[in-house]
Design a protein around this ligand. Structure first.
Ligand code: SAM
Length: 199
């Protein structure tokens, strides 16, 4: 018992993240996907309506690959490049286990090559990406600076569909809404999913 408490204390950040998820799920959480960092069915539906049938989608922040899996199923002609540095998950799993779990969930899609998992930071991916994606779904770090940098990159490349998650999220640490509003003349919103229209 004492050893377990010591392990929890040593991994306090991860444990805190798991406690916070559980307190939300048992407390005010009306949508467990909010607490788990994923998309609701309505959000998935909205996102799918924006995505092309073919080409390449870059998903920044794939977490466990749940959205990637659903997109792959609904858009068999679309290749998905899923980028994640495995720095956060709602269960406090250490990065190596988080990655292993995601690879298990995406096993079939990775095997047939429809999904490619890039275990790296969004910054590094953008700096080394050698193709122009047809669509990007931005759902990694949610600070204003991070989202602005990703949107600027996608606009600079001429990506046709730029969308993401957490528009209107009341979390004061999130700067998604400001970054999106500044970047686009108009924004389409489904739940907290957003798609920018060209100014
Ligand atoms: C909200 S979750 C993504 C949810 C996923 N899109 C879905 O719908 O199931 C955010 C993910 O972004 C990852 N992440 C956070 N900051 C990142 C960064 N700077 N670069 C790459 N991944 C990042 C975290 O590890 C986490 O897995």
């Amino acid at each position: 018992m004492i050893r377990r408490i010591w392990t929890l204390l040593k991994n306090w950040r991860a444990a805190k993240s798991a406690f916070s998820t559980l307190s939300y799920v048992y407390g005010e959480g009306n949508c467990y996907m909010d607490a788990l960092g994923g998309l609701s069915e309505a959000e998935l539906e909205g996102l799918l309506s924006w995505l092309p049938a073919t080409g390449t989608l870059v998903e920044m922040g794939t977490l466990f690959g749940l959205a990637a899996k659903r997109i792959a199923e609904a858009r068999p002609g679309l290749k998905i490049v899923a980028v994640d540095n495995f720095c956060w998950n709602p269960f406090g799993l250490p990065p190596a286990l988080h990655r292993e779990f995601t690879e298990k969930i995406l096993h079939a899609e990775l095997k047939r090559g429809q999904v490619e998992l890039c275990a790296m930071d969004s910054d590094r991916f953008r700096a080394t990406c050698a193709f122009v994606p047809d669509a990007v779904f931005l759902d990694a770090e949610h600070s204003y600076a991070a989202v602005k940098a990703e949107i600027d990159w996608a606009k600079r490349l001429g990506v046709k569909t730029i969308c993401g998650h957490d528009y209107g999220n009341p979390n004061p640490a999130f700067g998604v809404t400001k970054a999106v509003d500044e970047a686009f003349g108009a924004v389409e919103v489904r739940g907290m999913c957003w798609k920018g229209a060209r100014p």
